[in-house]
Design a protein around this ligand. Sequence first.
Ligand code: PMP
Length: 448
Amino acid sequence: MTVQPKATISIAAAALPKVAWGEGLSVYDTNGKRYIDGSGGPAVYCLGHGNREVNAAIAAQLDRIAHGYRYTFTSDPLEELTALVAANCGGGLTRMVFVSGGSEAVESAMKIALQYHAARGDMSRRRFISRERSWHGNTLGALSISGFRERRAPYEGALIEGGALISPANAYRPPEGVAPEALPAWYAAELEETIRRIGPDAVAAFVFEPVVGAAGGVVPAPPGYAAAMREVCDRYGVLMIADEVMCGAGRCGTWRALAHDGVEPDIMTVAKGLGGGFLPLGATVYHQRVAEPIDRVYGGVLTGHTFTGHTAACAAGVAVQTIMRREKLVERVHDLGPVFMGLLARELDGIAAVGDLRGRGFFVGVELVADRALKTPFDPAEKLYIRIRNAAFERGLICYPSGGNVDGTAGDTVILAPPYIATEAELEEIAVLFGLSLRAALAEIGAG
Ligand code: PMP
């Protein structure tokens, strides 16, 4: 067995192949090599690649007009997508702005929360509480509430201060001495203490990912968590913002990830699966009761960009969401999720480094540990997650690895997030290739 020198392990842009074309779950580079997309890129390509119907809808819109600027026009795609998203969200989540991606959606969510409090004459509620090991985006506001130390590090000192990062809700790595059934109450008590410490009149919103993505390697919250946090938010007049950029739009087998928990947030973001990656698209959806004071005082939300509500991007979203409904793809994800999990469990059976295999729907995380009993992460210098990514890539599998365990609070993780259209045979191909890749990467560091 050869142990590769650590210095050679990286993903250098210069070494990346050039993407050529794709169809369904297959992606081809300019050398003709085929990859199966086991993660839908970064959990984006919910309809796979090269969908003719979506492409035709975009082309038809471009032929009519690419974009009607929001201060000048509304449009059919904008109105149709609003109706589709409101129907998918259900309840009072009827109002929304369409933006160009996840970070913009999170920024808008933060600003809508601030504007809501301002409209009610409460200018003291300016702080955000979010969680460690979370990811909300790369713009400065979204980065300020993200618990992803490695990505924050170069910007410390310039980030918005005064908020707090509380514990991630992680049943695999719970707070010491807390029994599984006591977790929701423990996390809710921590939220309450934090609100009291910052000042009950100073907190604007609590922001969380119902199922953590990039920062934790798919971590669904323990049952009862969201309801317990909702109750604390309500008691203190703190808005709840659910960041569903990655876990929403059907990825977890319900259109809203938080619908699984029977909880309705005040504000919600969604992005990746909304437009399926065909064009840049995200949304911030907010509740009627949040809209009411904003409309009354300001005549609408005071946030937006040149490409807000971009007509062709909304047309892509309408096509993607129409197909998702017609083909019952969210139900498909719900039903086939356990099948995919079973295939992975079979392929990873006997690999001691697999500490946790978890997820919901077509959103699965694998956490690797050096010691299963102690849950000790591998030495971050081994860059195991990159080795896994490289081993998979060599074998023609695209997966989404995440390391960032420098604070020792998590192991290397890999996300698998197949397109919703994946057949059982394709799910099996992904599981088999992933098992082979993981074994190869572990062998490289002598952990096989
Ligand atoms: N929130 C979450 C939960 C995300 O996963 C991401 C992206 N991975 C973002 C926000 C930021 O989205 P974008 O990269 O589209 O700006």
